[in-house]
Design a protein around this ligand. Structure first.
Ligand SMILES: Nc1ncnc2c1ncn2[C@@H]1O[C@H](COP(=O)(O)OP(=O)(O)OP(=O)(O)O)[C@@H](O)[C@H]1O
Length: 338
């Protein structure tokens, strides 16, 4: 691979799924058997981007946006309907074996470890499958044991591990053959803050030390904040933003969310300070958003509490759904969808 060749290149990529459609009931089942009909679902709709070697890029979007489908085409599991994919210069679907040697994948919920084997035995096997030399393997095992704190986990079978332990084990297994490109799908989902931090530090270190290219899919904006200089936001199969995280932070860091738990459901409209608005409401939960340059959290809280009996409230950072909504609303005029 030459120096200026991107690690990943995707051009006009499309994936269309054909979903069998049938009328309800037995009649429908019989009819479908003889004359199957299909509905088309365009999961990835003309996506292009390229990732230089050594970059950590956040690939984000709300549920169903098309992230996993893109990753599956990048790993070679799925063939594109149209368009081009190149990973380290290869077509990942046509050259699956060669591609697999140089990539690593963590899919949040699934495991590549042997359920009943002690972690170290799984790692031994994986190292052998990927031809990791014994000396290098020993070094890596030591490094990983240190940064991922694998210590007493090495002797433990995966079935006995907690969620956070499993994820640390999974990362070790994925990186033990030193892949040049790594796809991480929700690597910190469901984990507590301490484990999240460990995992983020590990990813950062691998990237810095080895120039590993990382594509990170996550709903956790904390992961993105800490790891990614660049984000690609997709929605309904299309790229709606591709650029520095800093731009997103500047434009949206302005907004904060505040959620109230109230004694009774809201019955009348609220009077709020300028820059504050209600964005969600259900039963006894009230979600507000406010512009930090125009109102403070305490002003908003005081206004709500003077009109409603509040049991509890919490502040939150802007989430992805609200960012996507604002992009559609024109918050990033240079990145508006076509
Ligand atoms: N094998 C399949 N057959 C039919 N439709 C599919 C298939 N896989 C995905 N889809 C559909 O394609 C769209 C994109 O799905 P995809 O899994 O890529 O989204 P995602 O962004 O990864 O979502 P999530 O964050 O929920 O994982 C969804 O509407 C989904 O229902």
């Amino acid at each position: 691979m030459s120096h200026n060749q991107p690690a990943i290149e995707v051009s006009r990529l499309r994936k269309v799924f054909h979903i069998p459609r049938r009328d309800p009931g037995l009649g429908g089942a019989v009819k479908a058997l003889f004359r199957p009909r299909y509905a088309e679902k365009v999961a990835v709709d003309d996506i292009s981007f390229s990732v230089p070697p050594g970059e950590i890029v956040g690939y984000i979007g709300v549920n169903g946006a098309g992230k996993s489908t893109t990753i599956k085409m990048l790993t070679g599991i799925l063939a594109p309907t149209a368009g081009l994919v190149r990973v380290l210069g290869r077509d990942p679907h046509k050259e699956r074996v060669a591609n697999a040697r140089q990539i690593g994948v963590v899919f949040g919920q699934r495991t590549q470890l042997w359920w009943d084997l002690a972690l170290v035995e799984s790692l031994n096997l994986i190292a052998r499958i990927y031809d990791v030399g014994p000396k290098r393997y020993k070094e890596l095992l030591e490094q990983f044991s240190y940064t991922l704190e694998l210590g007493e986990l090495l002797a433990k079978p995966v079935r006995q591990m907690s969620l956070g332990q499993k994820m640390r084990a999974e990362l070790a297994a994925t990186l033990i053959h030193e892949p040049r490109v790594v796809y991480l799908d929700e690597p910190t989902i469901g984990l507590d803050v301490v484990v999240k931090e460990k995992i983020r530090a590990f990813i950062k270190e691998q990237n810095r030390a080895k120039g590993t290219t990382v594509v990170l899919t996550t709903h956790d904006l904390g992961d993105i904040e800490e790891l990614c200089g660049r984000v690609i936001i997709i929605d309904a199969g299309r790229v709606i933003y591709d650029g520095p995280l800093a731009t997103i932070r500047e434009r949206f860091g302005q907004y904060r969310g505040i959620t109230f738990e109230t004694a009774r459901p809201l019955e009348h409209p609220l009077t709020l300070p300028p820059g504050a608005e209600v964005v969600g409401q259900e039963e006894r939960r009230l979600e507000l958003r406010f512009d930090r340059t125009r109102a403070s959290a305490s002003q908003v809280a005081a206004a709500v509490m003077s009109q409603l009996e509040v049991l509890d409230f919490s502040l939150c950072e802007p989430d992805l759904t609200s960012i996507v909504k604002q992009i559609y609303g024109g918050a990033l005029s240079e990145a508006r969808p076509a």
